[in-house]
Design a protein around this ligand. Structure first.
Ligand code: PLP
Length: 341
């Protein structure tokens, strides 16, 4: 397979059009067979449900080349299950898990020339998404839906080395109690845009959102879950019904326990106790873990002992182990690596 002539190491995180995409239509109460297509444009009614009432959900995962040259994805079954939950919460038809997995494989295979080579640090980002597209003006769920997958090659996350982030405690909330914080829906992102633009203006990389009910507990950032390490080396992550269940975070907890022999726990974490932690990181598919060096709570600075120049030692071990599993350098737990062949 001849790869595209792309400068993989210098790609950013932007949209680069690839040759193929997947689409399946839901009409008259059923999904059609689905197909790989070349047309990247979508034509629909000006009154489409997604345009008027934001009925849309999505997923994000990556395909990459392992050390031995195989193209793989990481735990796509969990993306499929999460998308089922997201769709159900927004009264959308569920795109079945088996079909989701098949569609991911077909789309990646079709775009094999865009899957970056091993060692480049780049990956093929896979974006499954679904939306209601028939005209909807009275508020109700759409009748017709499209399930699609687009792919785009993205560059290495830590270009020019790791740089710990500075984040602020946000005065905005990301999710409502008993709302939609636990599903991957565009609506959660639309409402976070003002907070992140403002954070950047003030010189911060990200927002730390607190639990919307009491504003005393740590939830997550706009697009990544928190992971903390206590001074005695225990890994803790926030437990809440309004955070998005990150696949990376769940995998890291497993790696901490089963590969590194660390204690790891998901529990409520109060903002008050953050000053006592040794390390902090943000977890998500994009970076696996981005270290946090400093958290600013309305002028009060919490400086993590791991500092502003490198990942903390436990964070680094977790990062190296999970990326080792992903890249085929370490043996993966059963079912974690889906080979595209
Ligand atoms: C996608 C996402 C994450 C990260 O989840 P992963 O499955 O690890 O990629 C975290 N928080 C939010 C709000 C997200 O949308």
């Amino acid at each position: 397979m001849e790869k595209k002539n792309i400068d993989w190491g210098n790609l950013g995180f932007g949209y680069v059009k690839t040759d193929y995409r997947y689409v399946s239509y839901f009409k008259d109460g059923a999904w059609d067979d689905g197909a790989i297509i070349t047309d990247d444009m979508i034509t629909m009614s000006e009154c489409a449900g997604v345009l008027q009432y934001a009925q849309t959900v999505f997923e994000g995962l990556k395909a990459y080349t392992t050390e031995d040259g195989r193209i793989v994805t990481f735990r796509p079954d969990l993306n499929a299950e999460r998308m089922e939950n997201s769709a159900a919460r927004l009264e959308m038809p569920v795109f079945p898990k088996e079909r989701f997995l098949d569609a991911v494989i077909k789309t990646v295979k079709a775009n094999e020339a865009f899957v970056p080579p091993y060692g480049s640090g780049a990956t093929l980002y896979i974006r499954p998404y679904m939306f209601g597209y028939n005209p909807v003006i009275g508020v109700k769920p759409a009748d017709d839906y499209q399930f699609r997958i687009l792919t785009t090659p993205v560059g290495p996350y830590f270009k020019g080395g790791v740089k710990p982030l500075t984040i602020r405690v946000s005065d905005f909330d990301r999710a409502a109690p008993r709302g939609t914080g636990h599903i991957k829906a565009g609506l959660n992102y639309a409402m976070s845009l003002h907070a992140i633009v403002d954070a950047h203006k003030q010189g911060f990389d990200e927002n730390m959102y607190l639990d919307p009910g009491t504003r005393t507990k740590v939830e997550e950032t706009g697009g990544a879950n928190f992971l903390f390490v206590t001074k005695d080396g225990k890994v803790v992550t926030p437990k809440s019904d309004s955070i998005l269940p990150s696949i990376t975070r769940r995998s890291l907890i497993y790696v901490a326990k089963e590969y590194l022999g660390l204690e790891a726990e998901e529990r409520e974490i109060y903002l008050d106790e953050v000053k006592d932690f040794a390390e902090c990181g943000l977890c998500g598919t994009a970076a696996v873990i981005s270290p946090v060096g400093k958290i600013v709570d309305h002028g009060k600075e919490i400086c993590l002992p791991s500092g502003m120049t490198e990942m903390g030692p436990v964070t680094k071990k977790l990062y190296d182990t999970l990326t080792g599993i992903q890249m085929g350098r370490l043996e993966a737990p059963k079912g974690w690596i889906q080979v595209i062949e």
